[in-house]
Design a protein around this ligand. Structure first.
Ligand code: ZN
Ligand code: ZN
Length: 208
């Protein structure tokens, strides 16, 4: 498995490129900004993107979706509960003083339990609301991509539109039931593992 990550945009989102070495098929996760840099990384390994996976639709995670869709034709995957946030992403960006191009319609609404196939690699979709209503994680092949649900040492904010602290607690607890050696690839900041987060994440205190 090829895993590449790059930090993009003013809010420093981790964009991931997950590729299957055998078939050279790939998935781009959270292309928030800087499409040219993302494309360069894809070309480096001669990868063919089949999916653009959005862990959620805050503008800092979807800003480069339009260019990448146009360049690669890859299918845009989003959770249905995130549609409203996706459609409002441009306005949210403008509110924060940023300009992103109009977003193309998502191609596929994924849901809890769905399998995303990237060449010969399979990943499971986990619906993890809390930071945003349609927040999703991708789990498989020893990694979990957690978007803004789980970070190294912390969790995402719940004070944005559609955020819900109780749901975030449920999503967090659920992620911690994954095997301890699962590598956590979050939407911002450094990598971690489920085992480390079980011991060190401040959010644990919320549960007494
Ligand atoms: Zn977010
Ligand atoms: Zn974010």
């Amino acid at each position: 498995m090829i895993i590449k990550s790059l930090v993009v945009g003013p809010l420093e989102v981790n964009c991931y490129i997950i590729g299957d070495e055998e078939t050279k098929k790939a998935m781009i996760v959270d292309p928030g900004d800087e499409p040219d840099r993302i494309i360069d990384l894809i070309k480096e390994d001669n990868l063919t993107p089949v999916y653009i996976f959005c862990t959620h639709a805050h503008f800092d995670h979807v800003g480069a979706v339009p260019e990448l869709k146009e360049d690669t034709g890859a299918k845009i995957l989003l959770h249905r509960d995130e549609k409203e946030i996706y459609e409002a992403a441009r306005d949210m960006a403008a509110f924060w003083g940023y300009d992103i191009p109009p977003l193309p319609e998502p191609d596929v609404f994924v849901k809890e339990g769905d399998t995303v196939e990237v060449g010969k690699l399979n990943f499971k979709v986990l619906h993890t609301p809390g930071h945003s209503p349609g927040g999703i994680c991708l789990y498989g092949n020893g990694i979990v991509i957690t978007g803004d649900t789980l970070f190294a040492g912390s969790v995402g904010r719940t004070d944005f539109h559609g955020g819900d602290l109780n749901k975030l607690k449920e999503s967090f607890k659920r992620l911690l039931t994954l095997p301890e050696d699962t590598e956590v690839l979050p939407g911002h900041g450094p990598k971690s593992t489920i085992g480390i987060e079980k011991r060190e994440n401040f959010f644990i205190e919320e549960f007494g």
